[in-house]
Every structure is written in structure tokens, then in C-alpha cells.
Write a protein that binds this ligand. Structure first.
Ligand SMILES: Nc1ncnc2c1ncn2[C@@H]1O[C@H](COP(=O)(O)OP(=O)(O)O)[C@@H](O)[C@H]1O
Ligand SMILES: [Mg+2]
Length: 534
């Protein structure tokens, strides 16, 4: 299955059919009169190095707010210290369930001399750097196999899996990795393999950690070690080829941004020419090198800048037009960087962090359809690429991202020859449109209102694709854990029946479901049917 961005899809076409900017309409032509996006909020600094961490008290200090080079001074009372010492040797039944589960997965490690004190040092760092959160410990057997839970925090000590490539695929985007050991050199070496490489950045550099014994630090007796904290900021590891991402999308630390969960923002950039050429060579191994070079050139200099500029503007429109209750469910633009022609080359936006409690399939469907209705009716924007890849589930509910191919309802893309060409290519070749074409051909879509938008820039495309997605919501592995879906359940069957009614109504001329609002109506009916009777 292809799940790439529609901009990439049109590359698979015959060169003769490929989009070419028409003479007299260079890529520099203004896209549309769209509202400006606020400027970039200054440089995006990385957190400063840390001083020695000492076990002094249970109060966590958020790393981003601490002034550089100021030692952490937390003064617990003697009683507190004594209680914490006692708590360290609490009986097994006192250990919280998540902690117990984490230690249950602990492998039988070879007794490394280096390892002696790390289990005492780990909680010290967890308290200070992670507000006391206890991360899951990886077991060698678990590795990075597919279908496993994606985690937000992994902690390791010597003898446990710890290399970036072992950890990357088990962490969600933005997840953290904490490592503690007593051998300074080995901690430095491991930190080096995480530093800006293999998809991570170092969030807290190697720092000495000290515990204490009854409030005292006794040389030779009090555990002492070294720790660092890394964060997964890349969606893919360098060198990993997938068709999924076309832009360079990563998390960037930002200490000055107001709207930055955990101090991070999402940065979407136009890839470099070299990167893109490499990706094209990988995707089209038989193509002429010269042809690929000119495609890469055109994408990097014309196509991507056009779409990223539009995306930044669309995000601005959404923040202006959507009701406040929906605004936070689409990315808020935080800043842009433009090239000399005025095209956006970098877009910073709010990170809609995936996580929170899992939604039922029905809630997922209702929230998505309501957001789509707001998009169409309040903002008058159609998304046009509403694949599960471009949806997130946050503690605030379902959100949509990637407005790169979005369009305003009523916007005359045909008035700009370049946009006209790009959009009509996209509408011919995007994954959603190809699927619609196949489904019409096989008789799976008889609803006239849907069939007639095949190949067109029309909001009904969004309603069609959402109706397909809600019946099978586990297509995006990142969201699987967050949608409770049992295909054999009555609700799942009712949702499949709704999808069938949308695609193949009894009367194709007078279909009951055409719009996102119609979908919400159908979903609400299912909700009433399955609501527990009062
Ligand atoms: N603001 C955001 N908040 C959370 N996740 C995001 C955000 N923007 C992008 N993503 C994640 O990054 C992925 C790639 O970004 P996207 O804008 O879809 O790029 P592309 O156009 O290359 O598909 C998305 O599928 C989504 O998982
Ligand atoms: Mg996308």
C-alpha cells in the first residue's frame, strides 16, 4: 500500500503527463491572497548542559525552565530523607502496578560489576529529570518487534538493550530514553551514539548522579554514576527509506516558544536536493539520472515551496476561522522561514503529541467527523489527503495534520496555471483518488454525489475517505493502541453498515449521506442505539 504524500504520487506518472509550470507563470507567482503567518520566534536553542545531579529531594525541576549552570538545590527535611530511605526497601506488594510490570520484564542480566548501583541511581534521575515518571525497561527478547506497544519513556542500565537502533522503534515520536551506569566512559560512548544521530537528540548531557546514604555521601559507599537523557525527534532514522514522508518533519527544542509541549515544536522543512534525489533514486531505480535530477530540482525549488507556503497559510486560516473548541485539534502555526522569493521553506507548528487514553472506535469516528464538519463549514477548508497517517490522537481527542494539499472551498485553483496543473495531477494520482477510481470501477461506490467528484478538488472527497477510514481505523500503526477496535463487535458492524450506506445507498440519486455533517448524523444515531439505557 502506498501511503505517501500526494505530491509524490504524481512522480510515478509518465514524464509527458508530469506537471510543468506554464510559461509566463513561474513558480514565483503568488499562490493566493492568504493571510500571513506570524514570524519565527527567534532561534530555537537547545537545552543547556547540566551540572551534577544530587539526590537531595523529591521535587522535580522541569529541565527547560532551569537557568543554565545553576545547581539544583532542593532541601528535604531529615524526616523526609529517612522516609525515602525506608521507602526504597519497601515490600513487593507496595510497588505500583506499572513499576512492577516494568521490573517483571527485566531480563536476567549478567552481573556486570558496573551495574551494581544503577538501580539505586535510576530513581534519582527519574525524579529530577522526568518528574518521577518510571519508564519501561526493555528486555532483550522484546527487541523492536512489530505490534508491540509504543512507549513514551524507556529507561536502561548496563546489560539491557540500550543502542539507538534497539530503542528507536519502541518509542513514540517525542519519547525519551534515559540511561544510567557507573562507568563514565561507557556512558559517554553511548551518549555519543545518540547525539544528533540515529533519530535522537541529547536532551540532558552526561551528568554525574549521586545518591546518598541516610542523608550522607560516604566515599566508596554512596552510589555514584552517570546518566543522560535522549529524545526521539525524527520520524524516521537516517537512511531509512519509506514512501511515507516527503518533507523533513522533526521535533525541534524551543525554549522560547509559548505553545511547545515539553519544550518542543514540530518543524516541517523542504528536504534538501541531495536527500530528495537519493529518495527518488531509491523509488525509481530504473529512471534516467538526468530525469531524476530535474524532478528533484523542480520539487525542491517549485513544488514543495508552493505547497508549504499554502500549508502555512491554511493553518493561519484554520486558527482564524475555527471555533475555539476545534482550533487546538489542528496544528497552530508558530513561525515560518522564507526564501528570497517569499516562499516558505520551514514551518514551525504546535506539536500535537500523540497519547492519552484510548478512544472507542465510535468516539474516534464521531470526533473525526465533527472535526471535518467544522473544517468544511467553519473554516471552509477541505483537507483532500485525510488518510489515517495525517490524523493524530492526543489527550484532547482526534486531530488532523498535514494541510499540505488542502484547498479553500470555492478557491479557483484553475486561475493559476501552475496550481491548476499541480492540483489536477494530484487529483488524478493521489492514493485517495486512485482508491475512489478503483472502487467506482468495481461497483463499490454507487453514491452519485461521491462518484462525481472522482478526479476533482471537492470536499466530498474528504467525506468519502473518512467514511472508509472509520470502518477500519487500525491502518496507522501509531494510532492502533489508541483506538479500541474489535471487528466482531456490534458497534464495528454498525459502523461498517454506515460506511456501506454512504458508499452504496439504496437510492444512488438521492443519497442520504453526502457531507461530513451527514456522517455525524449517522454516527450519532449509532451512538444512541448503543448508549446504555438510562
Ligand atoms: N503538528 C503536528 N503534531 C503532531 N504530529 C505531527 C504534526 N505535524 C506532522 N505530524 C506527524 O508527522 C507526520 C508527517 O508530517 P506531514 O505534515 O504529514 O508530512 P508529509 O506531508 O510529508 O506527509 C504526520 O503523519 C504526523 O504523524
Ligand atoms: Mg502526511
Amino acid at each position: 500500500m502506498s501511503s505517501q504524500h500526494p505530491i509524490f504520487d504524481h512522480l510515478a506518472r509518465d514524464a509527458r503527463q508530469r506537471a510543468r509550470p506554464k510559461p509566463g507563470n513561474p513558480a514565483g507567482a503568488p499562490v493566493q491572497a492568504l493571510p500571513p503567518v506570524p514570524p519565527v520566534p527567534g532561534p530555537v536553542p537547545v537545552s543547556p548542559p547540566m551540572p551534577v545531579l544530587r539526590e537531595q529531594g523529591p521535587v522535580p525541576v522541569p529541565p527547560q525552565t532551569r537557568p543554565p549552570d545553576q545547581p539544583i538545590v532542593i532541601r528535604p527535611t531529615l524526616l523526609e530523607r529517612a522516609l525515602r530511605r525506608i521507602a526504597m526497601i519497601r515490600p513487593i506488594h507496595d510497588i505500583p502496578a506499572d513499576e512492577a510490570a516494568a521490573s517483571a520484564t527485566l531480563p536476567q542480566r549478567a552481573a556486570e560489576p558496573d551495574d551494581r548501583h544503577t538501580d539505586r541511581l535510576l530513581p534519582v534521575v527519574q525524579r529530577l529529570w522526568l518528574s518521577g515518571k518510571v519508564g519501561t525497561r526493555p528486555s532483550p527478547q522484546q527487541g523492536a518487534s512489530a505490534g508491540e506497544q509504543m512507549l513514551d519513556l524507556i529507561t536502561s542500565t548496563p546489560g539491557e538493550p540500550k543502542l539507538p537502533d534497539e530503542i528507536f522503534h519502541r518509542l513514540r515520536w517525542g519519547g525519551q530514553f534515559l540511561y544510567v551506569a557507573t562507568n563514565e566512559k561507557s556512558v559517554h560512548n553511548l551518549a555519543e551514539s545518540y547525539a544528533g544521530k540515529r533519530g535522537f537528540i541529547i536532551e540532558q548531557p552526561v551528568t554525574m548522579v549521586q545518591a546518598n546514604t541516610m542523608g550522607l555521601r560516604i566515599p566508596g559507599l554512596t552510589p555514584r554514576g552517570y546518566a543522560f537523557l535522549a529524545r526521539k525527534t525524527r520520524l524516521l532514522q537516517p537512511g531509512d527509506f519509506t514512501e511515507r514522508f516527503t518533507y523533513d518533519v522533526q521535533l525541534t527544542p524551543c525554549t522560547v516558544c509559548a505553545d511547545a509541549p515539553d519544550g518542543y515544536v514540530v518543524t516541517k522543512r523542504i528536504p534538501t536536493y541531495e536527500d530528495l534525489l537519493q529518495r527518488l533514486q531509491h523509488k525509481f531505480p530504473d529512471a534516467e539520472p538526468g530525469d531524476l535530477q530535474s524532478r528533484a530540482h523542480k520539487l525542491v525549488n517549485h513544488v514543495f515551496p508552493t505547497f508549504l507556503t499554502r500549508e502555512a497559510a491554511m493553518l493561519g486560516i484554520l486558527q482564524n476561522q475555527l471555533d475555539p473548541s476545534f482550533r487546538h485539534r489542528v496544528p497552530k502555526p508558530l513561525g515560518i522561514e522564507k526564501d528570497s522569493r517569499g516562499f516558505v521553506r520551514t514551518l514551525h507548528m504546535k506539536w500535537m503529541r500523540v497519547g492519552g487514553p484510548a478512544l472507542s472506535q465510535l468516539d474516534f469516528a464521531i470526533q473525526s467527523a465533527e472535526l471535518l464538519t467544522a473544517l468544511h463549514e467553519q473554516a471552509r477548508v477541505m483537507h483532500l489527503d485525510l488518510r489515517l497517517d495525517n490524523m493524530v490522537i492526543t489527550p484532547d481527542g482526534v486531530g488532523f495534520v498535514d494541510f499540505g494539499s488542502a484547498c479553500r472551498i470555492g478557491e479557483r485553483v484553475d486561475q493559476s496555471p501552475m496550481l491548476d496543473t499541480l492540483f489536477s495531477e494530484m487529483m488524478r494520482t493521489s492514493q485517495i483518488q486512485r482508491m475512489l477510481g478503483k472502487m467506482i470501477e468495481r461497483g463499490h461506490v454507487t453514491n452519485n454525489a461521491i462518484a462525481e467528484v472522482y478526479g476533482k478538488v471537492d470536499k466530498t472527497v474528504d467525506a468519502f475517505y473518512l467514511a472508509v477510514q472509520i470502518a477500519k481505523p487500525h491502518g496507522n500503526p501509531d494510532l492502533r493502541q489508541l483506538i479500541r477496535y474489535d471487528p466482531a463487535s456490534d458497534v464495528a458492524k454498525a459502523l461498517s453498515a454506515l460506511t456501506a450506506a454512504v458508499l452504496r445507498p439504496k437510492n444512488p440519486e438521492m443519497a442520504q449521506y453526502k457531507t461530513a455533517r451527514d456522517l455525524v448524523r449517522g454516527l450519532r444515531r449509532i451512538q444512541q442505539r448503543f448508549a446504555p439505557s438510562a
